[in-house]
Design a protein around this ligand. Structure first.
Ligand SMILES: [Zn+2]
Ligand SMILES: [Zn+2]
Length: 603
């Protein structure tokens, strides 16, 4: 027996000698490490490698030392890895785990904070951070992080911890939010601009579905009229910060109730719709909250234009009827961010104008033109406007993107990860939605050989992290414990309680996964839909369907190394910042992402 064992070791030793003397592909060594077949650093340390293989070698060494709980040696490689995002994320996360296992909560906290700062959607790191703050008795910070987690995952443990913390903080005087007084903004209207109007529903969820509400409470900065469906003037009302108005739909009566702050009665009116029209230019509405019976949903957002309140069977919807360009002042800020390069913001303005008109003309929604969520484009009123967003909209006034003299449907997304997807996955095979490369070296393409490096050590990209693009957007990492993933996938796909493998069956040219197979001990599930692919992990979905998976037997964890954020069709918002930074103007940027289109001024 013993002899056989020695012989095996000798054969293995020879095998490694051959392998390493030829300096074979470091990825093979990475795989041996992940399978638990390399445990000694000497087996890797003497390799002399070039960039980027060197990074992978040092990652392997770092992980070997951290597996051995030798933090001193590990930190040598840790420092090296810090220059290489997203590899650095794994190093931070594993350092944190090491200190947690050593009960050194302060040290662990520091590493976890770096993970979360780099990538706000690294949920596993945030979960450990929330727990660590809790154990350190920093309940304010713990509450903050548990609260963020609950947006993505609301399991019993998180909900009950939040409840406990919020009542603790309230009784200790820490957590009483001061009510902000009503403060109207001073706005400059685009009155001279001959802009078409657009009806934006401001009571929808992010996915475009209606919020269930039957009342709205609001303030108007100037006096205003209430009109019915035939434009008959019903009421003349006082505005100002002391006059809180409520409009409620009385389902049993089939009537609207207008509740005035100063007349002690409810004014009832039968009409399909109520139109609230301010008496003066530059007036604004502040919507304080929506209600559904006794439940309240605070909003506290301010809007230009007019409000339309419509009833649909037993509920109401609230619509902001506003000049298209004034709507864009907000969308440009909300969709791209206010502090982006001017030409990138102009690109967003032209794209968002085209999207709004296309959706309006094609009646994507029945009762209004666009919703206020990601389903159409995100709009939250005056809050997201700045001087720059107003400037970019006004300087591109009336400009839209056309193809063959027709309005286009210019999809856009946060970050493509380096190469965009074609519109095929939305059944839109227009040439203006074909794959576009954001790799600075335009001859680059993804192949089987460089796929791993594409995710871990990407080439120079227009949409790579920069002063305008935050770290976790172009590349990201998620780390999931095997037993958690097994439990989640069995719940979701009934594959059995043992996960055997996740196999990627096909990818688009840009790396986005088209099909994958989850193999369990009972069943195999084949998945094709993008949003389901992004949801094969617990704790909140993956940023995109572009990723590779590693399973590390040594710590029993799955690593999801990913690229990009969103569906990758059309304009890449990060990339348009990178192109603007390199001196391109908005026309160049639009033509980069939508080949063969024209930019036309239609008003
Ligand atoms: Zn929508
Ligand atoms: Zn891109």
């Amino acid at each position: 027996m013993k002899k056989l064992f020695l012989l095996e070791i000798f054969i293995l030793f020879l095998f490694y000698c051959v392998l390493f003397s030829q300096q074979q592909d470091i990825l093979k060594i990475r795989n041996l490490y992940l399978k638990g077949e390399i445990a000694e650093p000497q087996q890797v340390e003497n390799l002399k490698l070039e960039h980027p293989q060197e990074i992978i070698r040092n990652l392997i060494l770092f992980e070997i030392y951290i597996d051995k709980k030798n933090a001193e040696e590990a930190s040598k490689y840790y420092s090296y890895l810090q220059s290489f995002y997203p590899v650095s994320q794994l190093a931070n996360y594993r350092m944190a785990e090491y200190y947690l296992s050593n009960k050194d909560l302060e040290e662990a906290k520091n590493y976890l904070q770096v993970c979360v700062k780099n990538d706000s959607r690294f949920h596993e790191a945030r979960y450990l951070l929330a727990k660590t703050f809790y154990q350190l008795n920093d309940y304010k910070q713990a509450f903050k992080h548990y609260n963020v987690l609950s947006w993505f995952k609301s399991d019993k443990e998180i909900i009950s911890t939040i409840e406990y913390l919020s009542s603790y903080l309230a009784t200790n005087g820490n957590h009483i939010k001061k009510e902000k007084g009503i403060l109207f903004s001073t706005i400059v209207s685009s009155q001279k601009i001959n802009s078409p109007y657009i009806k934006v529903c401001i009571s929808t969820k992010d996915n475009g579905k209606l919020k269930k509400i039957d009342a709205v409470k609001f303030f108007v900065s100037s006096d205003f009229f209430v009109l019915d469906e035939r434009d008959k003037n019903l009421l003349e009302c006082q505005g100002g910060k002391n006059n809180e108005w409520t409009i409620v739909y009385r389902t049993k009566l089939g009537m609207f109730g207008v509740i005035s702050p100063y007349l002690n009665k409810e004014y009832r009116v039968k009409s399909k719709i109520l139109k609230l029209i301010p008496k003066t230019e530059n007036s604004t509405f502040i919507i304080k909250e929506y209600k559904w019976f006794k439940s309240s949903f605070p909003l506290n957002k301010e809007f230009r234009g007019e409000l339309l309140i419509k009833h649909l069977s037993n509920q109401i919807i609230v619509i902001n009827n506003i000049k298209l360009d004034e709507y864009l002042y907000s969308v440009v800020g909300k969709e791209m961010g206010k502090d982006k390069p001017l030409e990138a913001l102009k690109t967003q303005a032209v794209v968002a104008r085209t999207v709004a008109l296309y959706r309006k003309n094609n009646k994507i929604h029945k009762d209004f033109d666009v919703c206020c969520g990601q389903h159409c484009q995100v709009y939250d009123g005056i809050l997201s406007e700045t001087e720059t967003t107003i400037q970019t909209v006004n300087e591109t006034l009336g400009e839209v993107i056309t193809y063959n003299n027709k309005l286009t449907h210019p999809f856009f997304h946060a970050n493509c990860g380096g190469i965009t997807s074609s519109g095929e996955k939305f059944f839109c095979d227009k040439t203006y939605l074909s794959e576009v490369s954001d790799v600075v070296d335009n001859n680059f393409s993804i192949s089987e050989e460089n796929l791993y490096y594409w995710y871990l050590t990407p080439p120079e990209l227009y949409c790579k992290d920069s002063q305008f693009v935050h770290l976790g957007v172009s590349r990201w990492l998620r780390v999931i414990k095997k037993n958690e993933l097994e439990k989640y996938l069995n719940n979701k796909f009934k594959i059995g309680n043992k996960l055997k493998d996740i196999k990627i069956l096909s990818r688009e040219k840009n790396g986005y996964i088209k099909k994958l197979k989850i193999i369990g001990n009972k069943k195999t599930a084949e998945i094709k839909k993008e949003h389901i692919i992004r949801n094969i992990v617990p704790n909140g979905s993956l940023k995109s369907s572009s990723f590779i998976i590693e399973y590390n037997k040594n710590n029993d964890c799955y690593y999801f190394w990913g690229a990009g954020w969103g569906h990758a069709v059309g304009m890449c918002q990060s990339g348009s910042c990178g192109l603007a930074e390199r001196g391109k103007n908005y026309v160049d940027i639009i033509k980069h992402y939508y080949p063969d289109v024209e930019i036309e001024k239609i008003y």
